[in-house]
Structures are given as structure tokens and as C-alpha cells.
Design a protein. Sequence first.
Length: 222
Amino acid sequence: MGLCKFCNKQEANKKNTHYLTHSIIKYALNHKGCSKGYKGNIYTIGEDGYIKHSFQRETPPEVIEQAKGRPATEEEIIEAENDRTFSVDDVFCPECEKKFGIIEDKFIREILPKIKASTEKEIVINDIKTIRLFFLLQIWRSSVCDPNFTLPPLTQEAIRKVLYEGLDVKEWKIRKFFLSVTYLKTYNDEDKTSNVVSVDSKNYWPRVIFMGEFVIQIYKSI
């Protein structure tokens, strides 16, 4: 067990850290819009560009068969039992997990309701800092936790430093990262099950994360 990838000081002993914010993706990873348990189909984009299907360990057999057109194999069931989709152990420390939570909580409490309530094609929200920090957090943690999602070392470290300053960071520091975020509105929780959660494994720009109702893109900047 090494040092936390965020602070580079404390022991990395935090278990079950979701590197994509769980409250955003949980509906897409469960059956019929359920927000609890491990009952959903998982669709990810593979290196060949095709959608790959897998499932969580408590997914009903009939749901698996409907998605695959056949029952799950023994190997697939074992893989599901061991799966920790978008979650890692021993990468961060508990104190840094709290730092992540401060950004996530403010976004979910203050920003997300405004996004969901908007009926406009373009959503204007003045709190640019919280929005950018939240989506940079998804990008940075994915680059640390998912070997298929890479960032140039200088970009990764620059994002880490900005995130480490948290909500006190100067706004100009986060504007140097070129982001595009699209919100794909889903009108009820059950329909959210059909949304995709995936990090793009292709090594080209922009890097893309499909995060339920959000599509996050980061463009080459530094």
C-alpha cells in the first residue's frame, strides 16, 4: 500500500472510492431505475469502439438474458461477483475522500437541481468554479484509477493541484482546461437505466467520459 494519489502524503487506505460520483451514475447501473444494490446491466466502450455488455452481481437472470439474448456463462457470473465497477480500494486516503466530497456535495446540492429544472438548450449558471471543479474531479480520478483513461502527466498534475485547492482555488486557474459538458435530460428514473456510463479508452482528443446524463469532454490544453 502506497501513498494517496491526491495528497501524496497520507497512506492510501480508503476502501470503495467511486471515481465517478456514485449519486450521478447509480441509476444507470441498476435495474429499472433502482438507486440501490448491484442489479444493473453495464455498457462500456471497448478499445475497438464497440459497446461491451457486462452486468452487476445481483442483476436478475431475466434482465441479463434479455440484454445478451442468452443466459450468462459461468465465467461471466464469476466476473460479475468480483466486479468493482468505477470503484477502487487503496488509491486515496480518507481525508482526501472528504475533500472530494466537499466539491461533489456542493455540485449536487446547488448546481444539479438548476440543471435539471432548466428548459433551455443552453444552461447558464454563474458558479463556474463549482461546475468545473466537479467535472475536473471526474476526469482526474478516472485518469488515476482507470488504466484505459489516460492524460498527459503535466495535464494530470495540473488538474490535481487545482483540485487540491478545492473551492478556494482562483477561477482563472481552472479556466485553462478546455472542457465541454453536455447534459442529456432523462425524464424519469426508470429510463436512466438505459444511459451509458463509460470512460473512452481511445487515446485521442478530446478525452470523453459518458456519465449517465452527462457527456464530459476535455480537450488538449497544456
